[in-house]
Design a protein. Structure first.
Length: 191
């Protein structure tokens, strides 16, 4: 199989199911941004962090491939003529979402309580988490626009929402692990 097909040279690409759409279609923007999040997670996983976090990030990356496949499916071609689903993969489940929540709760046990917003930064690994978090929020915004127009598994939106929360807490955990300073944002009062 060749990497280049030349079928996208005029700004169109195929959804799962064969339908061709513009490369700027909201469906493409949605799963493309999920792919971007996945790449940032790979960069975080490449950092000098604990092995259990690396393993969990790998699981998240696998879930994001699943999530991307769901977003890439043409809803009009999701079901084959024989009534079976075209996309024959596991879906994002409430258990996947709960796993993120459990990981957040576990990390928060060891973190100081937040009293203010925190400025992103302090260490490269922490900054990567914040970048991944903001890209994840963008993916969620894109997917929510798509969902308004063409519904898909609602767990996709919940997973993206929870993932951005996880990445924020992971940034805080890594700040603590790496002894990086968390700088609080304290608004200056007007005179």
């Amino acid at each position: 199989m060749k990497i280049y097909t030349k079928t996208g040279d005029l700004g169109k690409t195929a959804l799962f199911g064969g339908t061709r759409v513009a490369k700027h279609h909201i469906r493409i923007e949605s799963y493309g941004t999920v792919d971007e999040v996945n790449s940032w997670l790979g960069l975080i996983r490449d950092q000098d962090i604990d092995s259990s976090t690396k393993a969990f990030l790998t699981e998240i990356q696998k879930n994001l491939f699943t999530l991307g496949a769901i977003l890439a499916m043409d809803p009009e071609k999701a079901v084959l003529k024989n009534g079976s689903e075209r996309l024959k993969i596991n879906r994002i489940t409430q258990e996947n979402i709960k796993n993120l929540e459990d990981a957040i709760d576990e990390m928060e046990q060891y973190l100081p309580q937040m009293t203010h917003f925190i400025l992103p930064g302090g260490h490269t690994s922490v900054s990567y988490c914040h970048i991944a978090r903001t890209v994840c929020r963008r993916a969620e915004r894109m997917a929510s626009i798509l969902f308004e127009n063409t519904a898909f598994d609602k767990e996709v939106l919940a997973y993206l929402n929870r993932l951005s929360d996880y990445l924020f807490v992971l940034a805080r955990k890594l700040s603590k692990d790496l002894k990086a300073e968390e700088i609080k944002w304290i608004p200056e009062k007007k005179d």
